[in-house]
Design a protein around this ligand. Sequence first.
Ligand code: NAD
Length: 740
Amino acid sequence: MNLKNFRFETDADGIALATWDSPGRSMNVITPEVMDELGRIIDKVAGDETIKGCVITSGKEAFSGGADLTMLQGLGAEYKRLVKAKGEEEAMRFFFEESRKLSLLYRRLETCGKPFAAAIHGVCLGGAFELALACHFRVLSDVDATRVGLPEIKVGLFPGAGGTQRVARLMQTGDALQMLFKGEQIRPLMAKNMGLVHAVASRDRIVETAKEWIRGGGKGIAPWDVQGFKLPSNKVYSPAGMQIWPPANAIYRRETHDNYPAAKAILQAVYEGLQLPMDRALTVESRYFAKILRSKEAAAMIRTLFVSMQELNKGARRPADVPPSKLRKVGVVGAGFMGAGIAYVTALAGMDVVLVDQTLEAAEKGKAYSHKLVSDQIMKGRAKTADRDALLARIRATADYADLKDCDLVIEAVFEDPKVKAEVIAKVEAVIRPRAIFASNTSTLPISGLAQSSARPKQFVGIHFFSPVEKMMLVEVIEGKKTGDRALAVALDYVRAIKKTPIVVNDARGFYANRCVMAYVREGHLMLMEGVPPAMVENVARQAGMPVGPLSLNDEVALDLALKILKATKAQVGPEAIDPAQEKLLVAMVEKEGRLGRKNRKGFYDYPENGPKRLWPGLAALQERKLDPDAIDVEELKQRFLVAQALEAARTVEEKVITDPREADVGSILGFGFAPFTGGTLSYIDGMGAAAFVELAKKLAKKHGDRFKPNRLLNRMARDGSTFYDAVARVAAAEAKKAA
Ligand code: NAD
């Protein structure tokens, strides 16, 4: 067989081994060519009498990451072209047949009559795990890096190559739905306990274990194709089945607020599919898959959370002519809340860290945070004591700046005070090497201003983390006026090394993410002052797609910080830059009531020692008027939350703080959880079209004030019908032309 992506050989016992090893790629992905070759392997195994069965494994460090999502993107583009050329029906027929090819291929494997086994080491996700599920036997290597799962839901899709049907026939329906909704990566032992795989073996034994299964008479028939197969949770229309579906529906609503069509399609495909024989069930799944693949949510999420995120992670914004830097030692000055987290993620990535604070005790306290974080991981079985020892050995806590001398990069996270920062800059620059880069983690002070205290402003850059550092995946890299290309490149290399996603923003008050977040929180404050019940403010925000309500979020950040920023803005920009109602609320909360947020257990919520947080009942007294909840337009409240943030994002584009829409979108979802189903702040606008967005914003401005006024850029886009991504598409087309 002439195969490019697989090596195919048959042993003396007549057992074939197909080793998937696509040339020129670090990871196997499912492409049309791979599908074609797999089809030929199935035909060969099924048609050759001397072959007993086949084991599929990978020749790479991982099994496979799944289907090439850009291939699915291409299908969507072809569909749109066909609608114009041949009409909706013809386009839909094409789309349905194309989008179910993988599903039919896997079913062909499952029913070809010969036993197939998957021997898996490393990650095996999405379409690749669906391939494994179609095999009659699955064995995983017992190493930590091995993970299986169906993460499609995370990009607005669902497993459409048999995943929903096979998983729901392997385990209790409730467990299957949870697995499909969450899209988590599952470790080997857990996968075995869940019934997803048959065996776990050491890495060098997986292929042999699979072969033994075939040699031992393993059958090429799936359990569900055997006469008399019983569903793990019994029939859908049975007393046991009926215990499942009403709560499943409720959980779906609670978790998604009906914002994610893919999640609903999972419910539908499983509910309907379980009532049918496998082939029919797969057709039902395929119909839903074709529908979801065409949804605007899937298109937006694939673009932002897969394509753009990958491009940014690979250094789309990195100056190309600077050679890659390998950071060995990183200094962190200020071992407080942020510095301690930065030290941890840096050491976790294998770099040596020098953690400096004013006293050795303060530095040690910061280091202790790493001890706590790894210990938590050990408790959960995700790390070993040796990992902790190694990580802590990489962090040197000290009060002596001289210890920074051979660092490649130093990040300061000292008090947010220009004088303190200036002192620290001078002390650090006095000891570091001439080529070392200095970065500030400031959240409010302009980088160009801070760089004035630097003797080497070209090597000065902003690296802005979000809290908690170990959890938040976004980092804003800020270019000051004088920041040089090498400083930018080193900052991006560092962010890549700690496996976070960078966006490059220009230097302006609040940079990007915090500006949008502030617009969100302000909207919550203002609704409260208008008389919207506090619980409604919070719930409607979540219904709009935000992960936490604005009041809750403000409690986490601290109310006094919000007031401080408000006062600073008023002093520096002028009274018209702030909203008096918001100021009144924050002054009352902070200065009169002493409510600072979660940090003193008193904010918009009360935080009792034992028990969950509760909205503070005293809020009612701060509301001068109260609206009748039944008369409130919930849809409009939802729009206000999203439009306020999207408008702020559009302003950052006009002001050139953001220069690439991919960064605004990725940054908004990773940085502050902006309704992921929209694809991010700018995709939200593009998704409805600039004209419709401008009309909506103007309507809100008329009713609620000038903060909703669209800017010049949006008005122009509304007139000429352009989108934020038009420019990106133009550049991509030009590059493709050049490459051709
Ligand atoms: P923090 O008060 O918890 O920590 C500051 C630390 O700096 C303290 O441990 C202090 O002892 C130390 N320090 C002060 N002067 C020093 C000096 N001269 N030399 C060495 N150490 C010194 O503050 P934080 O919340 O960690 O914030 C630190 C920086 O990070 C600020 O610039 C802040 O704006 C920024 N930031 C904070 C957040 C957040 O959510 N807290 C988010 C992003 C950025």
